[in-house]
Design a protein around this ligand. Structure first.
Ligand SMILES: [Zn+2]
Length: 492
């Protein structure tokens, strides 16, 4: 076959769209004839999102003015599915695309459309209008096909569904946009500035070049950007994804795009198990991450944990005590102690660090983590104290000592570590627990409750008692009156 005429591809046009125009405009009498010219024999299904089973002559036409890589980046949904994949998966998918053959969606790991729902090709009515004015026809753009974003980044209006199903099995024929997209425009504009801002943000990221050498994973990058925020623990090991989820709900309040955000998805994203393009973009925009930063994903070599450990070491080397370091870094003393222990162990064993997370040990740590979790939880409960037992301040050291887990092990047991961190309380709250315990004890011993007796038992100053008051109210509301009375009596 020799191709006499082949249409020029328009900006942001899908390859399937230009093929449809080729078919319609080349004067084929039946679809079958066009089919033979376009596809490698035996394959007749059009992949609307990618390039698949296309004859070399057609590829040649498509790449007249660009490289094949550019064709993939600018005229297929590759940047949508591929951008945030981990490198080896991205490579494998890219390889398949280069070979013009493969189950792309499977390779990209991604189709979060439920089997039962039909996705349709979408369009922006105002983009269609401007295409017709400029080119005399409209075409299928890529950006409206980004699944969970609903507004045009140029016009701020909602996308519309066409009647053309997206998945290729539903319709093997290529239908060109002209003829499918109505010429009467029914435009509904978004009234939410955040929704329009998101549309622009997403489009800008989608259109940026994909760095195929990128090795940094998206969860690592997001974690790095979260360090020092309320979403990440002080040493940076844990992401409080439920907090993140709640903030997303507030930030994108009332937007249809939220339907795609679930707590489980946020958790999977932050644990490196989910790479959905829209979820990544929405998280990044809420965190105030600059679009260019998200595209390049530069991360300092060191993890937040290592940065924390190094800072601790530096201050300790200057001669500061652990307590001073903790104050200076605004961190709990037990975290500083753990950091010091880890640094010493590494030094003693000559362990170089860094690769433990990638080797086979990780499964064993997970197992141990699971195994010890209940133990850790009940130990924390014990430490909090209840009737009869005096409270002990929850710390890594205290829990580690009682459960027989070393600091080195704890460092790698994510769930246990997190439960402990969540239960590390301010001194005032710990004092409140002591007061409650002391009051119970006095009651049990039938001793009249006097402030000096309380002092005797818990060694707290009056000021500390006052500071503990709000926590007493929180933990044991029925003790509030007694405390009030005690403090009031003292005033007289
Ligand atoms: Zn538009």
């Amino acid at each position: 076959m020799s191709i006499v005429y082949f249409p020029k591809i328009y900006p942001d046009e899908l390859v399937s769209s230009v093929l449809a125009r080729y078919y319609a405009q080349s004067g084929y009498i039946t679809y079958k004839n066009a089919d033979k010219d376009i596809f490698v024999s035996g394959h007749r299904k059009i992949d609307k999102e990618f390039v698949k089973n296309i004859r070399p002559e057609v590829i040649e036409q498509l790449t007249r003015n660009m490289t094949f890589e550019e064709l993939l980046e600018k005229h297929t949904m590759y940047p949508y599915y591929g951008r945030f994949l981990d490198k080896d998966r991205r490579d494998a998918a890219y390889e398949a695309l280069r070979n013009n053959d493969g189950d792309y969606l499977k390779l990209f790991g991604g189709n979060n459309t439920k089997k039962t729902e039909t996705r349709y090709m979408r369009y922006c009515p105002l983009c269609a209008k401007s295409d017709r004015e400029e080119y005399g026809e409209t075409y299928w753009h890529r950006i409206p096909q980004i699944k969970n974003i609903h507004v045009c980044h140029i016009h701020g209006c909602y996308f519309e569904n066409s009647e053309i199903p997206m998945n290729s099995e539903a319709d093997a024929k290529i239908k060109m946009a002209e003829g499918c997209i109505p010429e009467t425009y029914d435009v509904s504009y978004s009234k939410k500035p955040v929704q329009i801002k998101l549309a622009k943000y997403v489009a800008a990221i989608f259109e940026s070049p994909v760095d195929r050498k990128q090795k940094v994973t998206i969860d690592k990058f997001l974690r790095y950007k979260m360090s020092g925020t309320k979403y990440l623990s002080v040493r940076g090991e844990y992401c409080y994804y439920s907090k993140l989820y709640r903030e997303m709900q507030g930030f994108y309040n009332g937007m249809e795009e939220l339907e795609n955000i679930t707590q489980a998805r946020m958790q999977r994203l932050m644990s490196g198990d989910y790479r959905g393009f829209e979820v990544v973009c929405m998280t990044a925009m809420m965190l105030g991450i600059d679009m260019e930063e998200l595209v390049t994903m530069h991360v300092p070599r060191q993890s937040p944990e290592k940065q924390f450990d190094q800072k601790v070491k530096k201050l300790m080397d200057k001669g500061m005590s652990m307590a001073e370091v903790a104050r200076k870094m605004n961190a709990d003393p037990s975290l500083v102690r753990m950091s010091v222990t880890i640094t010493q162990k590494k030094k003693a064993k000559g362990w170089r660090g860094g690769n433990i997370d990638n080797n086979n040990h990780i499964k064993d740590w997970d197992k141990l983590d699971e195994l010890k979790l209940e133990d850790v939880k009940s130990t924390i409960e014990d430490l909090h104290g209840c009737r009869g037992t005096r409270p002990v301040k929850v710390s890594y050291y205290a829990v580690g000592k009682r459960t027989g887990i070393s600091g080195y092990q704890l460092e790698r047991m994510k769930k246990c570590n997190r439960v402990i961190e969540d239960n590390i309380e301010p001194a005032e709250k710990y004092n409140a627990r002591k007061v409650i315990w002391a009051l119970d004890r006095l009651e049990e011993e039938n001793k009249p409750i006097m402030l000096w007796r309380l002092h005797d038992l818990v060694k707290l100053e009056r000021k500390e008692l006052v500071e503990a008051f709000p926590y007493i109210k929180q933990i044991e509301p029925n003790k509030v009156e007694i405390i009030k009375e005690l403090l009031y009596m003292e005033d007289k």
